[in-house]
Design a protein around this ligand. Structure first.
Ligand code: AR6
Length: 171
């Protein structure tokens, strides 16, 4: 039985085995949580992402897919990169967003991670409404078998997002 919790905070400081990055298809960094993770992890993360592209995803990581690198200078051992659907490009299918959470948990389980922290994937630059992200994230995490994963922590940037996710978790 895993614990699923919401906290307000910065995902880059989380001491979970893995943190999830709301990346873009290039995996070469960006703004928002992606920029914060790359800044905190150091240059090794970008180099590892380049290797992932070269070896596994030469055309870029598809929306709803997830892939892991080491965490380099982060407290977390692993970064699991996922690409959320971009509402501004008409990517509004909830299954795509649910897949980000499901596939990230698949990857975490493959790594034998016992704890995983997620940001609110697609709730920033990619334009999804926070309450939709919260509902879809909570449902996807609850429904996943989470083998070996004891803790899933949803890390929300700011009090409003934290309240939105707390409400979804208590529903
Ligand atoms: N810790 C936790 N959450 C954060 C942090 C942080 N340090 N910084 C921002 N957030 P976004 P997206 C929240 O835009 O919508 C990037 O440029 C933020 O408040 O980071 O999936 C990528 O390269 C929001 O609630 O991700 C892509 O191009 C949530 O993280 C694109 O943005 C997600 O916002 C991805 O857009």
């Amino acid at each position: 039985m895993s614990i699923i919790e919401a906290v307000e905070g910065d995902i880059t400081t989380q001491r979970t085995d893995a943190i999830v990055n709301a990346a873009n298809a290039s995996l070469f960094g960006g703004g928002g949580v992606d920029g914060a993770i790359h800044a905190a992890a150091g240059a090794g993360l970008l180099e590892a992402c380049r290797q992932v592209r070269h070896r596994s995803w030469p055309a870029g990581l598809p929306v709803g897919e997830a892939v892991a690198t080491e965490g380099f200078d982060l407290p977390a051992r692993w970064v699991i990169h996922t690409v959320g659907p971009n509402a501004h490009r008409g990517q509004t299918d909830p299954a795509l967003l649910a897949s980000c959470f499901t596939r990230s948990l698949d990857v975490a389980a493959e790594l034998s991670a016992q704890s995983v922290a997620f940001p609110a994937v697609s709730a920033g630059a990619y334009g999804w409404a926070a309450d939709d992200v919260a509902r879809i994230a909570v449902q996807a995490v609850r429904e996943h078998p989470k083998p070996g994963i004891e803790l899933v922590r949803l890390v929300l940037f700011g009090p409003r997002l934290y309240q939105t996710f707390s409400a979804a978790l208590s529903g």
